[in-house]
Design a protein around this ligand. Sequence first.
Ligand SMILES: [Zn+2]
Length: 249
Amino acid sequence: MPLYTAEAIVLRTYKLGEADRIVVFLTRDRGKKRGVAKGARRARSPFVGALEPMTRARVAYFEKEQRELVSLNYAELLRSPLSAASPDGLSYVGYFADLIDQCAPDADPDERLFRLGSAVVEGLGAGAPPALLARYFEVWLLRFQGVYPSLSSCHSCGGALEQGGAYLSSPHRVFLCGRCQRVADAPDLSPAAVAFVKRVAALPPEQLADVSLSADVARELEWVHRALIVAHLEREPRSSRVLRELEAP
Ligand SMILES: [Zn+2]
């Protein structure tokens, strides 16, 4: 039975029996795994403090062929989301973990997703505004899933979206200009929101400190991203509803 050690991000845990937990975690090199952490609910265990959602940890686990559950040996804390500089940030931790869990297929390595998860934990610790991190996270997560519609031009006429903003055409999940959408309403993404997405789509997370996000633009992005997430997952994640109540003005 081979023993693997890996850097991982804890996504969620469930109680198992009297003293154990099932842990869902994303490894850098071998994708998402589920494992049993024996004795994890005892006061003294090799997992203490390392199983909160979005904790970055070094883990060791045994894996048997044909078994879905691996057996966790230990989890050693590398970076805790509880070091978030703002108390608000903690409310977003469950949201990040939940969306990664729902988007990451089992045992399918995706180092980009791992790096994105690590980046938001680092960002929270460094005091980045959580709403800015959340919108950044959504842009990249949806791009990795291949479901962020192109903002380079109107899907229908090819016209620019920078000046008039972009309208999300919901049945086809594409962005249109105002002329093609044929409505007099304000665009779903204002020119400032279009510019934000284009900017962060080319930005490593360490440089997020240079980006600002107004409350109006944040609200537009939140709405459009939620619509894209719900369409992609075919339901609204519970963590998203929790966050919506939190972000409501
Ligand atoms: Zn158009």
